[in-house]
Design a protein around this ligand. Structure first.
Ligand code: AMP
Length: 246
């Protein structure tokens, strides 16, 4: 074997192992359907000096995303850098997305949030036949947001948005879990020292059946599984929790 042949052989072997490595890295086990209480989220954005206007139409649960995940590590993320967000693929459902999956950050294109979610999470979810296009991914979000109507679920237990009345976190979590028939992650933020409900994660298998995902919010490496970049944390049980009303 001459030097050229050895080189070619090495290159082939290298590309084989690296493509295998990337494939393996993009594997995932379950889906996290995450919804956000937009009013609280907006307060947090303002706190971070990202402009969001507190208007009454933010008193709603918006979709954050459908996130592929693994039991022992977060992600994967950004599974196909060549599959860029294409607005025209979802033209027929955009007005519905504006209501249910709103970009609440001012002065940014309304498609920004969708682009981020598609490229970071959607391109990974797309390995599942039922989510293998932008249209399927965003339509599934709409479907799940209708199915897991958290405002209605909480209202059924007398938990309604309020400026004055704080709630017991155990009751909020119990109410959501009674509906989902699974353990769910419930996230809060602190605004001026006050705990506020902001995020609910319902976990599902690849058939969209709910599964438990309350794993103390830590992977095997002890890191938070969700939202490491924003100050959302697993709600504390021992302090009053506001389900804030604008
Ligand atoms: P992710 O990377 O999927 O965890 O999403 C986090 C990013 O989503 C943050 O950087 C926020 O900027 C953005 N984000 C979250 N909620 C919203 C929202 N309702 N509107 C616009 N951007 C949002």
């Amino acid at each position: 074997m001459n030097l050229l042949q050895v080189g070619i052989l090495l290159l082939v072997a290298l590309s084989y192992t690296s493509s295998k490595y990337i494939d393996k890295d993009n594997e995932w086990e379950y889906l996290v359907f995450t919804q956000t209480w937009s009013a609280a989220s907006c307060m947090e954005f303002n706190h971070e000096h990202r402009s969001c206007t507190l208007e009454k139409d933010l008193n709603k649960w918006g979709i954050h995303g459908i996130w592929p995940n693994n039991e022992d590590k977060t992600g994967p993320f950004f599974c196909d850098h060549s599959w860029k967000f294409n607005e025209s693929a979802i033209a027929d459902i955009e007005s519905e997305l504006d209501k249910r999956w709103p970009n609440i950050i001012n002065d940014t294109p309304h498609t920004n949030f969708w682009k981020h979610e598609w490229e970071k999470h959607g391109t990974c979810a797309a390995s599942l036949e039922t989510l293998n296009s932008e249209h399927k991914y965003f339509s599934k979000g709409i479907e799940l947001n209708k199915m897991w109507d958290l405002a209605k679920v909480l209202e059924g237990a007398g938990i309604v948005p309020s400026k004055e009345t704080p709630y017991d976190m155990r009751n909020i979590k119990k109410t959501i879990e009674a509906k989902s028939q699974s353990a769910s992650n419930v996230g809060c933020i602190k605004v001026d020292g006050v705990q506020m409900l902001v995020q609910v994660e319902i976990c599902m298998n690849k058939q969209f059946e709910t599964i438990d995902c309350d794993d103390s919010h830590a992977n095997k490496h002890g890191k938070l599984l969700w939202f490491p970049n924003i100050k959302v944390y697993p709600c504390g049980y021992d302090e009053p929790t506001y389900y804030v009303l604008i």
